[in-house]
Design a protein around this ligand. Structure first.
Ligand code: GLN
Length: 307
């Protein structure tokens, strides 16, 4: 393999003709204002090697990528009991779909669709206030990234609340089946704050590195979760991380990944590295168009596909 920095630079160069493609999320002003020509890429390996390109130090809204971290936290807190309340199968439906919830009696298909993420957030909230819960999620991201500067964008959180009618519907529907334990307003409050976490590619790749290290941060030795948990979170990222485009991402990239409508993607190379890419233009499934393409090229050149 060529030098990692050279590969990352070559992927960045190859994206020049694609940058700007896709549709920037426009459901809230703070996202619609983002320049579609932004592109960042960061890689951190388990041996501490780092490479980055473009806007890799510019913070962006990680949105649904936060679901990877809340799932890890909730599993640590409530253990396997969580699986009585949320499934582990791909949904084949868009991230904010409600259709399966009625047929499946309020048990969401998986923790990465919005319905499932709301149940996971509810599990984190039990016994705590929304404020404390959001603060714990933020503290977890700061711990994983090793960066105290990681923050929640309060403007994004506020706009999510003003426009979150779908999420409110999902939460009320789940609550009607008894699968939310806390008041809907509190669950939504925490969920909107976790979606508003703001990290750069460098911070996000670093934060995800414990998943490459089987639950242990390979650079500090800190234990984040048990190896089996890290393996399972990665399995779900592979099968469900991109909603109804998860099969396509596995086919083209071949890594466990999680997308967010802010245009970020976190991808994990088991035992080797964590990668974060950011380009705000989305495909129809809400995954960064150029981000997915950049990962495809990176994996071709590193041989990092798990398949
Ligand atoms: N896919 C996403 O990133 C969705 C997150 C968005 N805030 C929502 O809940 O609708």
């Amino acid at each position: 393999m060529r030098n990692l920095s050279d590969i990352v630079a070559s992927v960045h160069a190859d994206m020049a003709e694609h940058i700007g493609a896709g549709k920037v999320a426009d459901y809230i002003p703070a996202l619609s204002r983002v320049d579609p020509r932004r592109f960042g890429l960061a890689v951190v390996t388990c041996s501490g090697e780092r490479a980055q390109a473009g806007d890799a130090n510019v913070p962006f809204s990680i949105q649904s990528i936060s679901k990877v971290f809340t799932l890890t936290l909730a599993l640590e807190r409530v253990g396997a009991r969580l699986w009585h309340r949320v499934g582990r199968e791909p949904s084949g439906s868009p991230f904010n779909s409600i259709v399966q919830l009625e047929q499946e009696r309020g048990v969401p298909r998986n923790p990465f669709i919005n319905a499932g993420a709301l149940v996971v957030t509810d599990a984190l909230l039990t016994g705590r206030t929304p404020r404390k819960t959001a603060a714990e999620i933020l503290a977890f991201l700061r711990k994983c990234s090793g960066d105290r500067a990681v923050a929640i964008d309060q403007e994004v959180a506020g706009s999510e609340a003003q426009t979150g009618f779908r999420n409110a519907s999902l939460a009320n529907f789940i609550r009607a089946f008894g699968n939310l334990k806390n008041p809907v307003a509190e669950v939504l409050d925490v969920y909107f704050h976790q979606c508003a976490l703001s990290l750069s590619c460098v911070q996000l790749a670093r934060a995800g590195l414990f998943l490459a290290g089987d639950g242990v941060d390979p650079l500090t030795g800190a234990v984040v979760c048990r190896p089996a948990r890290a393996r399972r979170v990665k399995a779900l990222m592979m099968t469900c991380g991109h909603y109804d485009a998860s099969g396509e991402f596995a086919f083209k990239v071949g890594l466990p990944g999680k997308s967010g409508v802010g245009g970020g993607i976190l991808a994990i190379v088991p035992k080797q590295a964590a990668i974060a890419v950011w380009s705000p233009g989305l495909n129809a499934a809400g995954t960064s168009h150029v981000g997915a393409l950049a990962l495809e090229r990176l994996v071709e050149r590193t041989g990092w596909s798990v398949f």
